[in-house]
Design a binder for this molecule. Structure first.
Ligand SMILES: O=C(CO)[C@H](O)[C@H](O)COP(=O)(O)O
Ligand SMILES: [Fe+2]
Length: 215
């Protein structure tokens, strides 16, 4: 059974407290928080002060997805604001291994995200070091895009390497996930599903989370 991480990118930002409490009541396992800098991706969202505010409204772990250039500059700020997991992009820093170690030194979990065009081979050497790999199944920057099918092959390749080597690394998949494609994604090897628009734009978010959790 996959764990579910609703992305608040598609939530009503004027009412974040209720939007977060709602998915917590419906059985969400994490809150996925998309941080965009207008540089690594062509969109700007939120920073540590918003995370610090919403930290007070839930006990769910905060899964912070940094879509920012040179993420190493902001790790301490996000950890202090209340992040439980920080995932940064392989494409956004020259120092992937060092950044993983720096996140772990802050006492939280470390994830590495890869864009649709980034092959698994580029993160194979750090797989053992990292708590999770965030496989992007859309080009990062916006919610509500369609799932890119080539992510499925990437997820199964990753899963095979993880199983073969007995690594503990989890696979999280992010972008375009809904009730129709979630089963294929979990069968390919996903442990955590991120879903933004499929949950927050639905008239039955409770039903969507329930269905996704049963897969
Ligand atoms: O990282 C992201 C975009 O860059 C979001 O987490 C992702 O797109 C979730 O939204 P949706 O489920 O609507 O695709
Ligand atoms: Fe995300």
């Amino acid at each position: 059974m996959a764990k579910i991480a609703p992305s608040i990118l598609s939530a009503d930002f004027s009412n974040l407290e209720q939007e977060i409490k709602k998915v917590e009541d419906f059985g969400a396992d994490f809150i996925h928080i998309d941080v965009m800098d207008g540089n690594f991706v062509p969109n700007i969202t939120l920073g540590p002060c918003v995370i610090e505010s919403i930290r007070k409204v839930t006990n769910l772990p905060f899964d912070v997805h940094l879509m920012v250039e040179n993420p190493e500059r902001y790790l301490k700020d996000f950890a202090e604001a209340g992040a439980d997991i920080i995932s940064f992009h392989q494409e956004a820093t020259h120092h992937v291994h060092r950044t993983i170690q720096d996140i772990k030194k802050l006492g939280i979990k470390a994830g590495v995200a890869i864009n649709p065009a980034t092959p698994v081979s580029l993160i194979e050497d750090i797989l053992e070091e990292v708590d999770l790999i965030l496989v992007m199944s859309v080009n990062p920057g916006f919610g509500g895009q369609s799932f890119i099918k080539s992510a499925l092959k990437k997820i199964s390749t990753l899963k095979q390497i993880i199983l073969k080597n007995n690594y503990k690394t989890l696979i999280e998949v992010d972008g375009g996930i809904n009730e129709d494609n979630a089963e294929k994604i979990v069968k390919a090897g996903a442990d955590i599903l991120v879903a933004g628009s499929a949950i927050y734009k639905s008239c039955d978010p409770k039903g969507v989370i329930k269905k996704l959790k049963l897969i």
